[in-house]
Design a protein around this ligand. Sequence first.
Ligand code: 5RP
Length: 224
Amino acid sequence: MNDKELVAHQALQYVSENMIVGLGTGSTANYFIDALAKRNKEEKLNVRAVSSSVVSMIKAKEAGLPLLAMEQIKEIDLYVDGADEITSDLTLLKGRGYDLVREKLLARSAKKFIVIADESKIVKNIGDNFPIPSEVHPFAWDLIKNVLIKKGTGDIRINAAKDGYAITSCGNFVLDFNYTEKDAEKLNAFLSQTPGIVEHGIFYNLAHGALISNNGKIREIWKT
Ligand code: 5RP
């Protein structure tokens, strides 16, 4: 079992009968989806899942997990997802994918949000390894870029084929920026208060715990 798979399996211990479980997006979250589907079937747990992206929805469907639409939930019992960066106070950077809005909605509505990742995701400051993504209304991207450029450097995200702009599952563009400000609390407030930004990649004060694996060993970080 590799490190990502290991923490995904460890997260299963927080699942119990009749729970509504939010499914994250990414390679680590995929291991959790497979493991959850297997356990749900074998132990007849009656778990229902809500996905954070079309990709995780397809993955869950293929694995045989019963799914609820976002519109059908008011809150969820557990959300398990990966992250691109994690600090010691459990601030996260997410959004290398294209589903920031759904991911943050699930994180906010979860009674318990557990991050699963390998040690490579641990950073001192958010933004150390990746630019911070902001999902923006398409008509406003240049206006918002003009605001963000005063605080750092960055540009609109280009799609994988490199022949146009990347479009999120909500139909928005993404601005990836490196900021001179390193304080995640201040950056979170700034980005949250900037009109036209639909959602951004800093998950501040949302995660309750993290399961971190390193060469086959797991350590846990919990919010105090
Ligand atoms: C997607 C995310 C993912 O959780 C993050 O990119 C981690 O991916 P992986 O588990 O493949 O390393 O935030 O928006």
